[in-house]
Design a protein around this ligand. Sequence first.
Ligand code: COI
Length: 354
Amino acid sequence: MTETLDIKITKTKHSRLNETDFNNLQFGRTFSDHMFVADYEDGEWKNFNIVPYGEIGFSPAISALHYGQAFFEGLKAYKHADGQVSVFRPDKNARRFNKSAERLCMPELPEEIFVQSIAAVVDMDRDWIPSKPNHSLYIRPFMFATDPYLGVQPSATYKYIVLIGPVGPYFSKTLRVKVETNFTRAAEGGFGYAKAAGNYGGGMLPAKKAAEEGFDQLIWTDAKDHAYIEEMGSANVMFFLDGKLITPSTRDTILDGVTRDTVLTLAREWGVPVEERRVSIAEIIEGAKNGKLTDAFGAGTAATIAQVGSISYNGEEYFLSDPKEREFSQKVLKALDGIRYGNLPDTHGWNYMV
Ligand code: COI
């Protein structure tokens, strides 16, 4: 870490902490008292501020709204039993933040600004971090273009904001998923690997159609042949097939997930055979039929480890084994939680203490 960021702090006059119902937290609806805001102007990041969470003003012509120069990250802070607070692997998110920035022709944010801005606002609102099991503080850093100009060109000015808010589990049940073979999330040469806002907007219609058919999530397939599996909804997807942990290898259509990397690292340490490669729909459906597919789950910051109950493909639904009996996803979720909540040794230095 280099020098400490010079942050101007304006405290809220009225904390909403005591009015917040921590027993009914819907993901993404509750925000803490403060947020971090910075501006990019004249080729540099400046105006580092922590201010009360609230509305901000901008021109209706800003290019983020018209041309989609906007992207985000998602990470979490956890409260340990002894009251200490950690953020999970913020350095990894910082690096991915800059990959997204580069692809969308937006300015990079030095890693220390990313990490220190998060640490500062989390520290400020640390009383907002829930201590209940499976609860945490979701952190949403994002950047968007602010030039009030309708010409199609990269903006010269940007805002970087960090919002935080307490969350419970993102999914409350085992997922019924559908393999999507008509719509496409990302194509080669595109920006599927970036956490671009537009990637999520484009996924909404297919997800809505699937929800109307009773599905909780989609499994995205490759744009060319719709024969290979890419991601699941807004998480990476993993399978336990024939005794091996299998997941699509990262490429320009797939997000390089932090939870994905964490799961793969733990699995390798446990001596589990791991394969990062192209994963065909055919082999997964075959495994579901012959019983060799013993586990399937989404891996993501919001989703954590989200077990798949059934997979539908071409109108046929294939049911997987009882999620409670699944050795790998249960074990990895326990290990992940153990490390993040400070109940297991953090041998990799993944917890950034605030
Ligand atoms: C995250 O896991 O942080 C995500 O980006 C998913 C989000 C779109 C809900």
